[in-house]
Design a protein around this ligand. Structure first.
Ligand SMILES: Cc1cc2nc3c(=O)[nH]c(=O)nc-3n(C[C@H](O)[C@H](O)[C@H](O)COP(=O)(O)O)c2cc1C
Length: 330
């Protein structure tokens, strides 16, 4: 069975990618993932705030944030709390490249243009095969319009793309007004692909001490559904690579994402829960399904359930929405 997949111009032995997470911190664990079948690994992110804070400290101004926004920046972790300092991050790219044969994708995380995007070229010099730029942000300023937010994001993408020769893919939020238009605009800014989607970590309230409690829940497969929808919508329009991230836990989930149009499927929660060896089982499940259904090549399957043959995807979605609501009786 030919599982080979082209992703961001890289040839991967199969579509399974370890998503951005702590797995890249330990070269021994990364090797176990490669041995179990991972076709590429995305490193945890280096953050805009982390780089900015270090650059400010290096300029001997202040160790702690500027007075003007001292309160908000004090929410951020102190230097020591980040798992990988920027220099350490660059060394870790080199270590991973030395220990692994699969591509290593470094991750930058920020959404506004700034000096921090210089790290893209440092990632490239350290040996990264590609960059995943995560545009995670939650817009809470009621005066900020969506197009202003997106313009800053597009400028950030073009700054990063313009500073490197390696491919840059963009990890997106599902909450853009028109994700399809924005994905095409990202391609226009030079992105080689998009990753659908970021997961938003949703804090809860603690009713005893009346505090906000940050929490990180691992995903479940229901989260795959919004990814399938947008993969199916985007796949006929996007020229670059599509990657699914969020809610893929089984070989069936992987096959669904491929049918919707993904070139790769990123896994994190399932690996954190079960360890690297689950990758081999997922890969075997994908292979068996392809054999049972008469496929010789994973490429034959890609996008088979996308919306390319649907004349009006918005009407199709709305019709299904109405039908499903009307189907309930009490
Ligand atoms: C512990 C942990 C750390 C993560 N760190 C990052 C990160 O540094 N950068 C990033 O883009 N995504 C990060 N993610 C998000 C994952 O890459 C992925 O998008 C998300 O977990 C959804 O995929 P899943 O359903 O397979 O877990 C992290 C997720 C977890 C659980």
């Amino acid at each position: 069975m030919n599982l080979t997949t082209s992703y961001l111009g890289l040839t991967l032995r199969n579509p399974l990618v370890v998503g951005a997470s702590p797995f890249s911190d330990n070269t021994h664990v990364a090797r176990q993932l490669e041995d179990a079948g991972a076709a590429a690994i995305v490193m945890r992110s280096l953050f805009e705030e982390q780089i900015d804070a270090e650059q400010r400290a290096l300029m001997h101004h202040i160790e702690t944030p500027a007075e003007s926004n001292a309160e908000s920046t004090s929410f951020f972790p102190a230097f020591a709390e980040y798992q990988l300092a920027p220099d350490h991050y660059l060394r870790q790219i080199a270590h991973l490249k030395k220990s692994l044969t699969i591509p290593v994708i470094a991750s930058l995380n920020g959404c506004r243009p700034g000096g921090w995007t210089d790290y893209a070229s440092r990632f490239e010099s350290a040996g990264a095969d590609a960059i995943e730029l995560n545009l995670y942000t939650l817009v809470t300023d009621p005066t900020l319009a969506g197009d202003e937010v997106e313009a800053a994001m597009l400028q950030t993408v073009s700054d990063v793309v313009g500073s490197v020769k390696i491919p840059v893919t963009v990890k997106l939020s599902p909450f853009h007004t028109s994700p399809a238009q924005f994905a095409l605009a990202l391609e226009g800014a030079g992105a080689a692909g998009v990753v659908l989607f970021n997961r938003f970590y949703q804090p809860d309230f603690n009713l005893e001490d009346l505090e906000v409690t940050p929490q990180l829940r691992l995903s479940d497969p229901t989260e795959l559904l919004v990814r399938l929808r947008w993969l199916a919508i985007l796949s006929p329009h996007v020229r670059g690579s599509l990657s699914a991230s969020g809610g893929a836990h089984t070989s069936s989930d992987v096959i669904k994402a491929l049918l919707a149009g993904a070139h790769t499927v990123q896994l994190v929660s399932v690996l954190l829960r079960n360890g690297p060896r689950i990758l081999a089982a997922i890969l075997a499940g994908v292979t068996n399904w392809l054999v049972d259904h008469g496929y010789e090549d994973v490429g034959q399957l890609r996008g088979a359930l996308n919306l390319s043959r649907c004349p009006d995807p918005a009407a199709f979605e709305r019709a299904n929405y109405i039908r499903i609501l009307q189907s309930w009786r009490v």
